[in-house]
Write a protein that binds this ligand. Sequence first.
Ligand SMILES: Cc1ncc(C[n+]2csc(CCOP(=O)(O)OP(=O)(O)O)c2C)c(N)n1
Length: 206
Amino acid sequence: MVAIAGDGGTHDIGIQALSGAAERNCDFIYICYDNEGYMNTGNQRSGSTPLGAISGTTPVLGKQQEQKDMAAIMEAHGLPYVATANAAYPLDLHDKVRKAMSMKGTRFIHVFVPCPPGWRFPFSDTISIGQLAVESGWNILYEIKDGHFRMTAGSEAIARKGRLRPVREFIARQGRFATVTEEQVNRLQAWAETRWKRCLDRAASQ
Ligand SMILES: Cc1ncc(C[n+]2csc(CCOP(=O)(O)OP(=O)(O)O)c2C)c(N)n1
């Protein structure tokens, strides 16, 4: 069985039922389609909307809280398989779905999907914005299979040889950050670096 839901449906509305199912290790694949907001209903902020982003419910100053790390919350349930993916890296996404299909129990795949109207950028930039999210460490690609952590695709390549681009480049390409402050950009940079370092340390210790 496969369940697919947005970030609003996953991080906020459905988290209780999802957590109950995950705690019981129910046999299904759950795919979260994360466009960082309630987009069907007019771009209200969700638990996944980032700090500083303008939305229907944070229209003036942007969201004042940082986003919830849903993959980490799901990992804390002790699931057999947790993975992050990104629409700009379709082969990586394909591999993770195939791997999840070969397993049993609750399997969670968190897919980062840029949203042109909600994030306010041209449709033709969708793939490059998705790539920039990975290249800046805003979105980190990894999988945790039976407790074994591994970085994948663009994130694995940067971890091996390379360095992250500043998150400022990702932010600057999107109208939803029109009112972002310097202090918020610095907080977002620190947020990305902390998560990146944690992933590097984990990958090195496996
Ligand atoms: C339990 C419940 N609450 C509220 C709604 C109304 N609703 C329909 S779509 C939607 C937005 C969901 O946002 P998200 O899950 O992020 O998916 P997206 O629209 O971004 O694809 C909401 C709140 C609903 N259908 N069911």
